[in-house]
Design a protein around this ligand. Sequence first.
Ligand code: FES
Length: 353
Amino acid sequence: MSDHNTPTSLESGSHENLPARLGYSPLADIEHKPRLTDTDPKAARRAERQVATMFVLSILLVIAFVAAYIGIDKSTIVYIPLFGEVGALTFALGLCMGLGVFLIGAGAIQWAKKLMPDTEVVAQRHEMASPEEATEEAEANYQRGKTESGFAQYKIIRRTLIGALALFPIPLVLMLRDLWVTPAGSPSPDAILSKTLWKKGERIVVDGTYVPVKAEDLPVGGLISAVPADLQEVEEVEGNLNARAKAAIIVIRMDPSDIRSQQGDGWDYQGILAYSKICTHVGCPIALYEQRTHHLLCPCHQSTFDLADAGNVIFGPAARRMPQLPIGVDAEGYLVAMSDFAEPIGPSFWERG
Ligand code: FES
């Protein structure tokens, strides 16, 4: 058995008897093959220089990193073969940082492989089982506790306690049931999510400012996050904060010739389309719109919807298209809804009921 508290002193460069000084013993059945650096002092010095060179280069790269950060203009673009045109500052910082870290790692590996001791050793461990006296004492304590608590003596208490503990999880299971069973008489999730503040003639206003939107205010390629004009009153007067979560929409404009299909005939207004802003996967709000492809990307799990093709899912875990809101303009030229959504907004969990 080794004494792990014995202090050890390592002389620089000397690995002889190192395992023994650390309290380890060499593995008898594995033959140790000395490396060149173990037997040739010149090779050892060469390896030492290689490792030190890598660390010095890493230091220089850190200095180069700082110099590049200070000296290179952010807007400078350079052409790098294989990469094409890239920002000079980004490229220099990445190169210095990457190479610097690589050289520290490579130097450490070289050091470990060529210069650190590589003798196969085993550390003897002390007995894991407790001493017999400790085991007997624990057993005696358990028996004394059993007797003093009366657990063995009072049979009725023991049995009723076991019964109480066995039945205790039942209320928890019943409460879990409430997560997927709608109480009798209350509206189903489908009905709740099918009714929003949108209705025929409801003005579309900018989310946050409540400014109504005219069709000519929205250029081709533009997007706004919008809500129904009534939302302000519903939130401030009635204190209903759920209404926003159901009624939030995005309004985008594309060239009418780019629209391949919609969820209803003429649901756009001169290329302006409105879709729910709530992802049909698990309900994240979405406004990441790529105007050239007309794709709407959900940042949560990367579901992608094609807004030029009826909001259909083209990628990701969402199982249902993004609901479209039919829109038009009122007598003053402001964008308005033509009805509520034709299908429930948000996650599609109710379909499993
Ligand atoms: S919530 Fe949109 S992809 Fe999951």
